[in-house]
Design a protein around this ligand. Sequence first.
Ligand code: NAD
Ligand code: MG
Length: 381
Amino acid sequence: MRRIAILGSTGSIGTQSLDVIRRHPESFCAAALAARSSAAALAAQVREFSPAAAALVCPPEGFAGENNCEWSFGEEALLDICAREDVDAVLVAVVGIAGLPAVLRAIECGKTVLLANKEALVTGGALVMEAARRKGVSLLPVDSEHSAIFQCIQGRPNAHPCRIVLTASGGPFRTWSREQIERATVEQALRHPNWSMGRKITIDSASMVNKALEVIEARWLFDMAPEDIEVVVHPQSVVHSGVEFSDGALLCQMGLPDMRVPIAYAMSYPDRMGNVGERLDLTRAGALTFEAPDFARFPALKLAWEVLREGGDAPVRLNGANEVAVDLVLRGELPFFRIADLLAETLSREGARPVREVADVLDADRRARETAHALAQRWTA
Ligand code: NAD
Ligand code: MG
């Protein structure tokens, strides 16, 4: 029985993870659940899954939990869950840089980390990988592309891939002209063709910032040089990514777009489980197509390679500016198409500084947020 803590249990990844647990009560239990502010949803999950502990970062006024488990509140409560003795693995499925301290705490406590939260690696990649190596902790990817790559390299200890092919659906604006994208509304950006996900990652998919973050995530997870990571647009989302070896063999992982597959693989690794979801019938999949990404219509994508080349805290500032940009877009306070400008402009405001410890990351994040806010205010005044 693997005892799993889910941070972000009320979200898209969180609820799909609970569905995997629901289908496999003999193998997994939800030892602890945590969310930001969705008290009613979390309480309902507590009633169904009976975890030993539940945490809410921002509880609504007057909410004290129910009498059925150990409730705790505030930011520290999220971190305390990572340290619990009755937890074997921590699935980090919160949104944004809030995932970084949780990932680091889980590693520090020697827990296996099931990583959905890509922002932790984007902002703290070097620190997280070094901590995991030092503690001998496994970091298992949940992001579908990285799970695909991870699955393709299993059993090949002597063959480091020479190239990673990261597939991207292209999002709702894949076929739109630049002029059309300039008029895109937030509602249109929220209509993803293949995946149903949380609001932040859905906006990131429309701007292709999500793929930029995933390039950085892959750089750290698989120790790849940025120039050996290639993005290929594949609108059907059936080929989830692949790796190429020195002899030119390209191995890819395929399946229906269903996050429960990578979630279940991370949970059961190195084993595999049945009863996860519907299966892919290749005779009914239709044509699978691939195209080069268009950096002119999706200029934010190329920032991934730029910040990796710059190094230091540049990826942190990219992420911080993007969290501000997405928040403003979702509030209707910044037009969708200005996201890329806001990221590029924020990055250009200062040179890279070295990252030696978490405090450097948090400081760079704070500076980027301030700059992005100030710029956006000036642009929309
Ligand atoms: P979501 O918005 O649907 O859910 C987020 C969850 O985290 C909620 O339970 C929320 O209460 C909680 N949360 C948010 N901010 C928090 C904070 N500061 N502290 C504590 N809890 C907080 O998001 P999602 O789509 O499930 O995405 C979660 C993470 O997984 C993101 O980093 C995303 O990039 C990544 N991811 C998601 C998908 C997907 O299909 N949804 C796929 C790949 C990767
Ligand atoms: Mg992904």
